[in-house]
Design a protein around this ligand. Structure first.
Ligand SMILES: [Zn+2]
Length: 476
Protein backbone atom coordinates (compact mmCIF):
# COMPACT_ATOMS: atom_id res chain seq x y z
CA UNK A 1 0.00 0.00 0.00
CA UNK A 2 1.39 3.39 -0.94
CA UNK A 3 1.89 5.90 1.86
CA UNK A 4 -0.55 8.81 2.02
CA UNK A 5 0.95 11.69 0.04
CA UNK A 6 2.28 14.55 2.19
CA UNK A 7 2.49 18.23 1.19
CA UNK A 8 6.30 17.85 1.31
CA UNK A 9 6.09 15.26 -1.49
CA UNK A 10 5.39 18.10 -3.94
CA UNK A 11 9.12 18.97 -3.73
CA UNK A 12 11.67 16.41 -4.88
CA UNK A 13 14.85 15.32 -3.13
CA UNK A 14 17.01 17.86 -4.93
CA UNK A 15 14.66 20.68 -3.96
CA UNK A 16 14.74 19.61 -0.29
CA UNK A 17 18.54 19.35 -0.41
CA UNK A 18 18.73 22.89 -1.78
CA UNK A 19 16.28 24.12 0.86
CA UNK A 20 18.41 22.47 3.55
CA UNK A 21 21.54 24.27 2.31
CA UNK A 22 19.67 27.57 2.39
CA UNK A 23 18.38 26.80 5.88
CA UNK A 24 21.90 26.17 7.20
CA UNK A 25 23.30 29.38 5.70
CA UNK A 26 20.35 31.37 7.07
CA UNK A 27 20.89 29.88 10.54
CA UNK A 28 24.59 30.76 10.38
CA UNK A 29 23.80 34.35 9.39
CA UNK A 30 21.42 34.61 12.34
CA UNK A 31 23.95 33.17 14.80
CA UNK A 32 26.59 35.67 13.62
CA UNK A 33 24.41 38.52 14.91
CA UNK A 34 25.15 38.68 18.67
CA UNK A 35 21.55 39.48 19.64
CA UNK A 36 22.32 39.00 23.32
CA UNK A 37 19.78 39.76 26.02
CA UNK A 38 20.31 41.91 28.04
CA UNK A 39 21.59 43.99 25.11
CA UNK A 40 24.66 46.07 25.82
CA UNK A 41 24.21 48.42 24.04
CA UNK A 42 20.82 47.78 22.36
CA UNK A 43 20.97 47.22 18.59
CA UNK A 44 21.77 43.64 17.65
CA UNK A 45 18.19 42.47 18.26
CA UNK A 46 17.04 45.11 15.76
CA UNK A 47 19.79 43.95 13.37
CA UNK A 48 18.41 40.41 13.63
CA UNK A 49 14.86 41.62 12.91
CA UNK A 50 16.16 43.60 9.93
CA UNK A 51 18.08 40.64 8.55
CA UNK A 52 14.94 38.52 8.75
CA UNK A 53 12.87 41.26 7.10
CA UNK A 54 15.42 41.70 4.28
CA UNK A 55 15.37 37.97 3.55
CA UNK A 56 11.58 37.87 3.47
CA UNK A 57 11.48 40.93 1.17
CA UNK A 58 13.66 39.15 -1.36
CA UNK A 59 10.91 36.49 -1.45
CA UNK A 60 8.35 39.14 -2.37
CA UNK A 61 6.83 39.51 1.10
CA UNK A 62 6.21 42.77 2.93
CA UNK A 63 7.34 42.17 6.51
CA UNK A 64 6.78 44.78 9.20
CA UNK A 65 9.64 45.64 11.57
CA UNK A 66 8.66 47.09 14.96
CA UNK A 67 10.84 48.62 17.64
CA UNK A 68 9.12 48.25 21.04
CA UNK A 69 12.17 49.87 22.68
CA UNK A 70 15.24 51.47 21.08
CA UNK A 71 17.38 48.84 19.36
CA UNK A 72 15.02 45.98 20.16
CA UNK A 73 13.27 44.70 17.06
CA UNK A 74 10.36 42.44 16.26
CA UNK A 75 9.42 41.37 12.75
CA UNK A 76 6.23 39.95 11.33
CA UNK A 77 4.99 38.82 7.93
CA UNK A 78 1.76 37.26 6.75
CA UNK A 79 1.03 34.83 3.95
CA UNK A 80 -2.60 34.81 2.94
CA UNK A 81 -4.86 31.82 2.60
CA UNK A 82 -8.13 32.00 0.71
CA UNK A 83 -9.93 32.56 4.04
CA UNK A 84 -12.12 29.45 3.92
CA UNK A 85 -10.13 27.46 6.51
CA UNK A 86 -10.52 29.60 9.64
CA UNK A 87 -8.09 31.74 11.62
CA UNK A 88 -4.36 31.91 10.96
CA UNK A 89 -1.58 29.65 12.14
CA UNK A 90 1.08 31.61 14.02
CA UNK A 91 4.73 30.64 13.60
CA UNK A 92 6.23 32.26 16.69
CA UNK A 93 9.90 32.68 17.49
CA UNK A 94 12.41 34.84 19.33
CA UNK A 95 15.77 35.91 17.98
CA UNK A 96 17.40 37.08 21.22
CA UNK A 97 19.87 34.77 22.95
CA UNK A 98 21.52 34.53 26.37
CA UNK A 99 25.14 35.75 26.68
CA UNK A 100 28.07 33.50 25.72
CA UNK A 101 31.82 33.90 26.17
CA UNK A 102 34.44 31.75 24.51
CA UNK A 103 36.42 31.68 27.79
CA UNK A 104 33.59 29.70 29.43
CA UNK A 105 34.91 26.69 27.55
CA UNK A 106 33.38 26.86 24.07
CA UNK A 107 35.14 24.68 21.52
CA UNK A 108 33.92 27.03 18.79
CA UNK A 109 33.59 30.79 19.03
CA UNK A 110 29.94 31.29 20.08
CA UNK A 111 29.07 33.85 17.38
CA UNK A 112 31.16 32.43 14.52
CA UNK A 113 28.53 29.88 13.43
CA UNK A 114 31.15 27.26 12.53
CA UNK A 115 30.03 24.14 10.73
CA UNK A 116 32.08 21.19 11.97
CA UNK A 117 31.61 17.49 12.74
CA UNK A 118 28.07 17.54 11.37
CA UNK A 119 26.84 20.41 13.53
CA UNK A 120 26.22 24.14 13.33
CA UNK A 121 27.84 25.57 16.47
CA UNK A 122 26.96 28.78 18.25
CA UNK A 123 24.76 30.63 20.68
CA UNK A 124 21.17 30.30 19.54
CA UNK A 125 21.70 27.03 17.63
CA UNK A 126 18.90 25.45 19.71
CA UNK A 127 17.44 28.43 21.59
CA UNK A 128 16.06 29.26 19.16
CA UNK A 129 17.56 30.54 15.93
CA UNK A 130 17.24 27.06 14.43
CA UNK A 131 13.46 27.41 14.69
CA UNK A 132 13.58 30.99 13.36
CA UNK A 133 15.38 29.59 10.32
CA UNK A 134 13.03 26.60 9.99
CA UNK A 135 9.96 28.85 10.13
CA UNK A 136 11.48 31.30 7.65
CA UNK A 137 12.26 28.49 5.21
CA UNK A 138 8.70 27.19 5.41
CA UNK A 139 7.39 30.71 4.76
CA UNK A 140 9.91 31.07 1.92
CA UNK A 141 8.87 27.81 0.26
CA UNK A 142 5.20 28.80 0.46
CA UNK A 143 5.92 32.27 -0.96
CA UNK A 144 7.80 30.65 -3.85
CA UNK A 145 4.77 28.47 -4.51
CA UNK A 146 2.80 31.69 -5.14
CA UNK A 147 5.50 33.23 -7.33
CA UNK A 148 5.78 30.06 -9.39
CA UNK A 149 2.07 30.49 -10.12
CA UNK A 150 2.64 34.09 -11.21
CA UNK A 151 1.08 35.51 -8.01
CA UNK A 152 2.17 38.22 -5.58
CA UNK A 153 2.96 36.44 -2.27
CA UNK A 154 2.48 39.68 -0.30
CA UNK A 155 -1.12 40.06 -1.44
CA UNK A 156 -2.55 37.06 -3.23
CA UNK A 157 -3.70 33.89 -1.51
CA UNK A 158 -0.97 31.26 -1.61
CA UNK A 159 -2.08 28.30 -3.74
CA UNK A 160 -3.27 25.51 -1.43
CA UNK A 161 -3.61 27.64 1.73
CA UNK A 162 -7.05 28.08 3.27
CA UNK A 163 -5.76 29.88 6.38
CA UNK A 164 -3.19 32.65 6.74
CA UNK A 165 0.29 31.77 7.94
CA UNK A 166 1.55 34.46 10.29
CA UNK A 167 5.26 34.55 11.14
CA UNK A 168 6.25 36.73 14.10
CA UNK A 169 9.71 36.83 15.64
CA UNK A 170 10.46 38.91 18.71
CA UNK A 171 13.28 40.19 20.89
CA UNK A 172 13.46 39.95 24.68
CA UNK A 173 12.09 36.43 25.26
CA UNK A 174 15.07 35.61 27.46
CA UNK A 175 14.09 38.34 29.94
CA UNK A 176 10.34 37.80 30.01
CA UNK A 177 9.26 39.49 26.77
CA UNK A 178 8.41 42.96 28.07
CA UNK A 179 10.03 44.45 24.94
CA UNK A 180 9.02 41.47 22.82
CA UNK A 181 6.00 39.15 22.80
CA UNK A 182 4.43 40.82 25.82
CA UNK A 183 4.65 44.21 24.13
CA UNK A 184 3.11 42.83 20.94
CA UNK A 185 0.28 41.19 22.91
CA UNK A 186 -0.50 44.57 24.48
CA UNK A 187 0.08 46.85 21.47
CA UNK A 188 -0.15 44.75 18.30
CA UNK A 189 -2.23 41.66 19.12
CA UNK A 190 -3.02 41.34 15.39
CA UNK A 191 0.56 40.07 14.95
CA UNK A 192 -0.02 37.19 17.38
CA UNK A 193 -3.71 36.35 17.20
CA UNK A 194 -4.33 32.95 15.61
CA UNK A 195 -6.18 29.66 15.83
CA UNK A 196 -2.98 28.10 17.10
CA UNK A 197 0.73 28.78 17.41
CA UNK A 198 3.93 26.80 16.99
CA UNK A 199 6.82 27.90 19.19
CA UNK A 200 10.08 26.58 20.62
CA UNK A 201 11.00 23.52 22.71
CA UNK A 202 8.88 20.48 21.70
CA UNK A 203 8.99 18.07 18.78
CA UNK A 204 12.58 17.07 19.52
CA UNK A 205 13.40 13.36 19.72
CA UNK A 206 14.33 11.74 23.02
CA UNK A 207 15.83 8.23 23.18
CA UNK A 208 14.75 5.96 26.00
CA UNK A 209 15.26 2.20 26.26
CA UNK A 210 15.78 1.87 22.51
CA UNK A 211 12.69 3.89 21.56
CA UNK A 212 12.51 7.34 20.04
CA UNK A 213 9.89 9.60 21.59
CA UNK A 214 8.86 13.04 20.41
CA UNK A 215 7.45 15.08 23.31
CA UNK A 216 5.26 17.86 21.90
CA UNK A 217 4.96 20.72 24.34
CA UNK A 218 1.31 21.31 25.18
CA UNK A 219 1.88 22.77 28.65
CA UNK A 220 4.40 24.80 30.54
CA UNK A 221 4.63 25.54 34.23
CA UNK A 222 3.81 28.93 35.68
CA UNK A 223 6.03 30.89 38.01
CA UNK A 224 5.54 32.95 41.15
CA UNK A 225 8.50 34.84 42.57
CA UNK A 226 8.49 35.95 46.21
CA UNK A 227 10.83 37.88 48.45
CA UNK A 228 10.72 36.63 52.01
CA UNK A 229 11.74 39.46 54.32
CA UNK A 230 13.14 37.85 57.46
CA UNK A 231 13.24 39.93 60.62
CA UNK A 232 15.56 39.52 63.59
CA UNK A 233 17.29 41.74 66.12
CA UNK A 234 20.33 43.89 65.40
CA UNK A 235 23.23 43.44 67.83
CA UNK A 236 26.95 43.10 68.44
CA UNK A 237 28.62 40.11 66.80
CA UNK A 238 30.64 39.45 69.95
CA UNK A 239 27.44 38.29 71.71
CA UNK A 240 25.58 35.92 69.33
CA UNK A 241 21.78 35.90 69.33
CA UNK A 242 19.48 33.18 68.10
CA UNK A 243 17.17 35.80 66.55
CA UNK A 244 19.96 36.74 64.11
CA UNK A 245 18.10 37.33 60.81
CA UNK A 246 20.84 35.51 58.83
CA UNK A 247 20.46 32.42 61.00
CA UNK A 248 16.69 32.51 60.49
CA UNK A 249 17.16 33.05 56.75
CA UNK A 250 19.38 29.95 56.60
CA UNK A 251 16.55 27.92 58.12
CA UNK A 252 14.07 29.53 55.70
CA UNK A 253 16.29 28.42 52.79
CA UNK A 254 16.50 24.87 54.16
CA UNK A 255 12.72 24.62 54.49
CA UNK A 256 12.07 26.04 51.02
CA UNK A 257 14.55 23.65 49.37
CA UNK A 258 12.76 20.46 50.49
CA UNK A 259 11.14 18.86 47.39
CA UNK A 260 7.35 19.13 47.58
CA UNK A 261 4.79 16.36 47.27
CA UNK A 262 4.38 15.00 43.74
CA UNK A 263 1.16 15.69 41.86
CA UNK A 264 0.49 14.18 38.47
CA UNK A 265 -1.24 16.42 35.92
CA UNK A 266 -3.26 15.07 33.00
CA UNK A 267 -0.46 15.91 30.53
CA UNK A 268 2.19 14.13 32.57
CA UNK A 269 -0.14 11.14 33.04
CA UNK A 270 -0.47 10.83 29.25
CA UNK A 271 3.27 11.39 28.80
CA UNK A 272 4.24 8.65 31.27
CA UNK A 273 1.52 6.24 30.05
CA UNK A 274 2.72 6.73 26.46
CA UNK A 275 6.26 5.79 27.46
CA UNK A 276 5.23 2.86 29.68
CA UNK A 277 3.09 1.43 26.86
CA UNK A 278 6.09 0.51 24.70
CA UNK A 279 8.64 -0.51 27.36
CA UNK A 280 9.27 -4.05 28.62
CA UNK A 281 7.24 -4.83 31.80
CA UNK A 282 10.03 -4.21 34.34
CA UNK A 283 10.80 -0.77 32.92
CA UNK A 284 7.12 0.04 32.41
CA UNK A 285 6.59 -0.65 36.13
CA UNK A 286 9.28 1.91 36.94
CA UNK A 287 7.63 4.53 34.72
CA UNK A 288 4.31 3.84 36.42
CA UNK A 289 5.99 4.31 39.81
CA UNK A 290 7.07 7.81 38.73
CA UNK A 291 3.40 8.71 38.45
CA UNK A 292 2.36 6.63 41.48
CA UNK A 293 1.24 7.47 44.99
CA UNK A 294 4.48 6.70 46.79
CA UNK A 295 6.99 9.59 46.53
CA UNK A 296 9.90 7.37 47.65
CA UNK A 297 9.22 4.75 44.98
CA UNK A 298 8.77 7.56 42.43
CA UNK A 299 12.15 9.06 43.32
CA UNK A 300 13.85 5.66 43.21
CA UNK A 301 12.30 5.01 39.78
CA UNK A 302 13.46 8.37 38.40
CA UNK A 303 16.94 7.62 39.73
CA UNK A 304 17.06 4.15 38.15
CA UNK A 305 15.48 5.01 34.83
CA UNK A 306 16.78 8.45 33.91
CA UNK A 307 20.03 10.06 33.11
CA UNK A 308 20.54 13.01 35.55
CA UNK A 309 19.67 15.52 32.78
CA UNK A 310 16.18 14.08 32.32
CA UNK A 311 15.80 13.26 36.02
CA UNK A 312 16.05 16.92 37.05
CA UNK A 313 13.41 17.88 34.48
CA UNK A 314 11.12 15.01 35.45
CA UNK A 315 11.30 15.79 39.19
CA UNK A 316 10.29 19.36 38.36
CA UNK A 317 7.39 18.24 36.17
CA UNK A 318 5.60 16.16 38.78
CA UNK A 319 5.42 18.77 41.52
CA UNK A 320 5.27 22.49 42.23
CA UNK A 321 8.90 23.35 42.84
CA UNK A 322 10.58 25.96 45.00
CA UNK A 323 14.15 27.07 44.41
CA UNK A 324 15.66 29.56 46.92
CA UNK A 325 17.96 31.50 44.62
CA UNK A 326 18.95 34.78 46.32
CA UNK A 327 19.96 35.49 49.93
CA UNK A 328 20.85 38.92 51.24
CA UNK A 329 21.89 39.55 54.84
CA UNK A 330 24.45 41.44 56.83
CA UNK A 331 26.35 44.73 56.68
CA UNK A 332 29.56 44.05 58.60
CA UNK A 333 31.29 41.08 60.23
CA UNK A 334 30.70 42.27 63.78
CA UNK A 335 27.09 43.44 63.35
CA UNK A 336 24.35 40.86 63.86
CA UNK A 337 21.87 41.42 61.02
CA UNK A 338 18.35 42.37 61.98
CA UNK A 339 17.04 41.93 58.42
CA UNK A 340 17.53 39.37 55.68
CA UNK A 341 15.88 38.68 52.35
CA UNK A 342 15.42 35.29 50.67
CA UNK A 343 14.11 35.23 47.10
CA UNK A 344 12.37 32.11 45.92
CA UNK A 345 11.46 30.95 42.41
CA UNK A 346 8.27 28.89 42.61
CA UNK A 347 7.25 26.96 39.48
CA UNK A 348 3.62 25.95 39.43
CA UNK A 349 1.80 23.08 37.77
CA UNK A 350 -1.47 23.66 35.92
CA UNK A 351 -4.09 23.82 38.67
CA UNK A 352 -1.91 25.55 41.27
CA UNK A 353 -3.00 29.15 42.01
CA UNK A 354 -0.95 32.03 43.45
CA UNK A 355 -2.98 31.65 46.67
CA UNK A 356 -1.97 27.98 46.86
CA UNK A 357 1.67 29.06 46.57
CA UNK A 358 1.35 31.62 49.36
CA UNK A 359 -0.28 29.00 51.61
CA UNK A 360 2.46 26.47 50.88
CA UNK A 361 5.21 28.99 51.61
CA UNK A 362 3.56 30.02 54.90
CA UNK A 363 3.11 26.37 55.88
CA UNK A 364 6.80 25.73 55.24
CA UNK A 365 7.80 28.79 57.23
CA UNK A 366 5.82 27.35 60.16
CA UNK A 367 7.06 28.83 63.46
CA UNK A 368 9.23 31.30 61.50
CA UNK A 369 6.19 32.83 59.78
CA UNK A 370 5.67 35.50 62.51
CA UNK A 371 9.21 36.75 61.76
CA UNK A 372 8.70 36.86 57.98
CA UNK A 373 6.82 38.98 55.45
CA UNK A 374 6.01 37.74 51.97
CA UNK A 375 6.40 40.13 49.06
CA UNK A 376 5.08 38.94 45.70
CA UNK A 377 7.52 40.08 42.99
CA UNK A 378 6.10 38.72 39.74
CA UNK A 379 4.03 35.80 38.58
CA UNK A 380 2.58 34.18 35.47
CA UNK A 381 0.12 31.30 35.36
CA UNK A 382 0.84 27.92 33.80
CA UNK A 383 -0.02 27.45 30.12
CA UNK A 384 -1.77 24.56 28.45
CA UNK A 385 -3.15 23.73 25.02
CA UNK A 386 -5.31 20.76 24.01
CA UNK A 387 -3.56 17.52 23.03
CA UNK A 388 -6.18 16.87 20.37
CA UNK A 389 -7.78 18.67 17.42
CA UNK A 390 -6.52 19.41 13.89
CA UNK A 391 -3.25 21.16 14.79
CA UNK A 392 -2.31 18.43 17.26
CA UNK A 393 -3.17 15.78 14.67
CA UNK A 394 -1.08 17.54 12.02
CA UNK A 395 1.99 17.48 14.33
CA UNK A 396 1.51 13.84 15.30
CA UNK A 397 0.91 12.74 11.71
CA UNK A 398 3.95 14.62 10.40
CA UNK A 399 6.24 13.01 13.00
CA UNK A 400 4.91 9.54 12.21
CA UNK A 401 5.21 10.14 8.45
CA UNK A 402 8.84 11.23 8.68
CA UNK A 403 9.92 8.83 11.44
CA UNK A 404 7.71 5.72 11.35
CA UNK A 405 9.37 4.43 14.55
CA UNK A 406 8.89 7.73 16.34
CA UNK A 407 6.35 8.02 19.14
CA UNK A 408 4.77 11.49 19.61
CA UNK A 409 3.63 12.33 23.15
CA UNK A 410 2.06 15.36 24.83
CA UNK A 411 4.50 16.94 27.27
CA UNK A 412 5.03 19.80 29.67
CA UNK A 413 8.16 21.89 30.16
CA UNK A 414 9.27 23.23 33.55
CA UNK A 415 10.23 26.69 32.28
CA UNK A 416 8.43 29.62 30.64
CA UNK A 417 8.38 30.78 27.02
CA UNK A 418 6.61 33.46 25.01
CA UNK A 419 3.56 31.19 25.20
CA UNK A 420 2.91 33.12 28.41
CA UNK A 421 1.97 36.09 26.20
CA UNK A 422 0.18 34.36 23.34
CA UNK A 423 -1.69 31.80 25.40
CA UNK A 424 -2.43 33.58 28.68
CA UNK A 425 -3.11 37.06 27.32
CA UNK A 426 -4.59 36.31 23.89
CA UNK A 427 -5.91 32.78 24.37
CA UNK A 428 -3.96 31.34 21.42
CA UNK A 429 -3.31 27.60 21.97
CA UNK A 430 0.48 27.57 21.79
CA UNK A 431 2.57 24.45 21.22
CA UNK A 432 6.27 23.86 21.55
CA UNK A 433 7.06 22.22 18.23
CA UNK A 434 10.49 22.86 16.72
CA UNK A 435 11.00 19.45 15.11
CA UNK A 436 14.45 17.86 15.22
CA UNK A 437 15.46 14.23 15.04
CA UNK A 438 18.57 14.15 17.22
CA UNK A 439 21.60 11.96 16.91
CA UNK A 440 21.53 9.24 19.65
CA UNK A 441 23.28 10.50 22.76
CA UNK A 442 23.03 14.20 21.90
CA UNK A 443 22.65 16.02 25.24
CA UNK A 444 20.13 18.45 23.89
CA UNK A 445 18.69 19.82 27.15
CA UNK A 446 22.18 20.80 28.29
CA UNK A 447 22.74 22.85 25.11
CA UNK A 448 20.07 25.36 26.14
CA UNK A 449 21.94 28.34 27.58
CA UNK A 450 24.99 26.03 27.89
CA UNK A 451 28.45 26.04 26.36
CA UNK A 452 28.93 24.50 22.92
CA UNK A 453 25.33 25.05 21.90
CA UNK A 454 24.94 23.25 18.58
CA UNK A 455 22.41 21.64 16.28
CA UNK A 456 22.97 18.68 13.99
CA UNK A 457 22.80 19.15 10.22
CA UNK A 458 20.89 15.86 9.93
CA UNK A 459 18.49 16.94 12.67
CA UNK A 460 17.71 20.13 10.73
CA UNK A 461 17.38 18.26 7.46
CA UNK A 462 14.76 16.03 9.06
CA UNK A 463 12.93 18.92 10.72
CA UNK A 464 12.30 21.16 7.71
CA UNK A 465 9.85 18.94 5.76
CA UNK A 466 8.17 17.98 9.05
CA UNK A 467 7.43 21.59 9.89
CA UNK A 468 6.41 22.24 6.28
CA UNK A 469 3.91 19.37 6.41
CA UNK A 470 2.40 20.59 9.68
CA UNK A 471 1.91 24.10 8.32
CA UNK A 472 0.65 23.01 4.88
CA UNK A 473 -1.69 20.39 6.36
CA UNK A 474 -3.22 22.57 9.08
CA UNK A 475 -3.58 25.54 6.71
CA UNK A 476 -4.46 23.53 3.61
ZN1 LIG B 1 14.07 30.26 23.83
Amino acid sequence: MAATPRPSDTLDGAAWAAAHDELVELLRDLIRIPSVNPPDPPGPELDAANLIATRLRTEGLEPEVLEPAPGRGAVSARLRGDGTGGDALLLLAHHDVVPARVEDGWTHEPFAADVADGYVWGRGAVDMKQMVALEMMVVTLLARRARAAGLDPARDPIPGLRRDVLFTCTADEEAGGRDGARWLADHRPDLLRAAGALNECGGVSMELAGHRFYPIQVAEKGFEVFKIHVHGTWGHGSMPRDDNAAVRAAEVVRRMAIPGEPRLTEVMRRFLDGIAAVLPPDQAALVEAIGGEDPRRAEAAIHTLCDPMYARALRALVRDSISPDVIHAGVKYNVIPGEAVVEIDVRTLPGTTPDDVREEVLARLGDLAPHCELEHVIGRPPVSAPADGPLWDAMVDAIRAHDPDGIPLPAMVPFATDAKSTSVILGVPTYGFAPLRLEPGERFLERFHGVDERVGLDALQWGLPVLYDVVATFCG
